[in-house]
Design a protein around this ligand. Structure first.
Ligand SMILES: O=C(O)[C@H](O)[C@@H](O)[C@H](O)[C@H](O)COP(=O)(O)O
Length: 260
């Protein structure tokens, strides 16, 4: 059961669910509705996934009615961050998403854009940015009118207990990267250390962002991001998520929201 509260625009729409099960039901509807809207408007739906528990929370999309009703042939799938490991490695976000989601829905394999796992971190980041630039030219990915950064239709983000999103960690210099679309990190606090990640200008150019957060271990950070006491001096990565021209929706289970 969702209690929906609309908070200040900068903090986004906040939805709190009794259980992760309820959250998953609502997340599937939200994603399917956006898919229908973008397919109607531009015959394409460009979706960005993260790793972690988010993939499990997408499971209802692989079931009826969405398995039949979503136009999966129009989906284009990307990753907001990826671990620099072979794509069949147990740490691979591609493998996680393939096993838990992509293998269960009929998205054309050619529409799934994982990183080139034959390259080192720097090369893989550059290569992924080149791929985005090519798809922006083809209008498979929209372009943000004001900045020229890619504007994905939907970005599905998780959040770590420390407030990281994608592979953008608290206090890391990459938080202020404002030129590159995709960059790399070799000292990720969450293993494995080598990753590629979209930058904040790309994340914040998205048309829609869902921040999907479950569990009591994240309650303090959720409070810091959404509670009334705001300290703008030392922003956590999750607090920098703020789509300039898009919509941010928080999906929280009641444990994650317990300190609000
Ligand atoms: O590759 C990754 O590690 C992720 O993309 C990362 O940003 C993840 O989304 C958060 O760490 C939350 O993960 P959990 O939901 O599993 O806590």
């Amino acid at each position: 059961m969702a209690e929906t509260a609309i908070t200040e625009k900068s903090k986004g729409n906040l939805q709190v669910f009794e259980s992760e099960e309820d959250l998953a039901v609502s997340l599937a509807k939200y994603t399917a509705d956006l898919s229908a809207k973008f397919v109607r408007e531009r015959a394409t739906f460009a979706v960005v996934l993260s790793g972690g528990s988010l993939i499990y929370s997408l499971r209802k999309l692989t079931e009826s009615p969405y398995l039949e009703s979503v136009d999966w042939t129009k989906w284009y799938v990307f990753w907001v961050d990826e671990r620099v490991v072979p794509k069949d490695h147990r740490d691979s976000n591609y493998k996680l998403a393939y096993d838990g989601f992509l293998s269960k829905v009929p998205i054309p394999p050619g529409n799934v854009y994982n990183i080139n796992d034959a390259l080192y971190a720097e090369g893989a980041a550059d290569d992924y940015e080149t791929c985005f630039r090519h798809l922006v030219k083809l209008k498979i990915i929209e372009s943000a009118a004001s900045s020229g950064f890619p504007k994905f239709d939907l970005m599905l983000l998780g959040m770590g207990p420390d407030g990281h999103v994608a592979s953008l960690f608290p206090g890391h210099p990459l938080l202020s990267e404002n030129q590159k679309w995709v960059t790399f990190i070799k000292d990720s606090l969450k293993p494995p250390p080598e990753r590629i990640t979209c930058t904040f200008p790309v994340i914040n150019s998205s048309a829609n962002i869902a921040l999907v957060v479950c569990g009591a271990d994240k309650a303090d950070t959720v409070y810091r991001a959404l509670g009334n006491k705001q300290d703008s001096s030392d922003l956590l990565p999750v607090q920098i998520v703020s789509p300039a021209e898009g919509e941010l929706t928080w999906f929280l289970d009641k444990e994650a929201a317990s300190k609000l």
